[in-house]
Design a protein around this ligand. Sequence first.
Ligand code: ADP
Length: 248
Amino acid sequence: EKAKNSLLYLDGVSVSFDGFKALNALSLVIEPGEMRAIIGPNGAGKTTMMDVITGKTKPDEGDVYFSGSVDLRRMDEASIASLGIGRKFQKPTVFESHSVWDNLELALAGPRGPFAMLFHKRTRAEEERIEAILTTIRLGEKRDWLAANLSHGQKQWLEIGMLLAQEPKLLLVDEPAAGMTDAETAETAILLKEIAKTKSVVVVEHDMTFVRDLDVKVTVLHEGSVLSEGTLDHVSADPRVVEVYLGR
Ligand code: ADP
């Protein structure tokens, strides 16, 4: 019932590995059009949480709903992806020997795959979508570059673009700022904010400068559940958060 108006609804989610609780009654609600930053020390359960959302890991207990009433616990990874949940891992996995444009076109072809693309005459509408994505990911001028020649940050943006080509409703992004220059990090915050105007975004991040730039609600995970939630200023002032970060 509470889940009805939410895009993503996790309630009481627990996951154990050999008796160790990686997630311990985790609850998280993401509204349509919301961007949320997830922080927390190593081992807090951030990756496991993403794995539960994408169906890679099945919870032992708890509810996981998407778009109100879709029960993700009953679905496999491919079906969950096709609902419109896109995940970007930390390490970019672009096709290095293809151009920026071709990478986006391949992503647009989606499950039809590279082979089908050979026989596919792209439509004007598809070209316009690729153009729009190029603008969003700041790579319009580099459309003909081989992906191999992009900087680390630009590869991350291209991969975000490849996810956008699949028109997700929810984008899960794992440490986008890792390994980026300061300028790229600042630009990534702006870029994600633009994307979040039309999609929900969940960002797992360690870089607090970047989290500050995002300027969104922050959820602090610790030992598999939510320790604190609110603005970055609010959670930074929370004594429990201070203890977890400084007490180690
Ligand atoms: P984070 O991403 O916040 O660093 P993780 O979700 O990766 O945290 O891990 C949470 C805890 O669960 C860690 O203590 C980790 O060692 C453990 N863990 C994660 N995945 C597995 C697994 N497949 N098998 C055993 N333990 C795991």
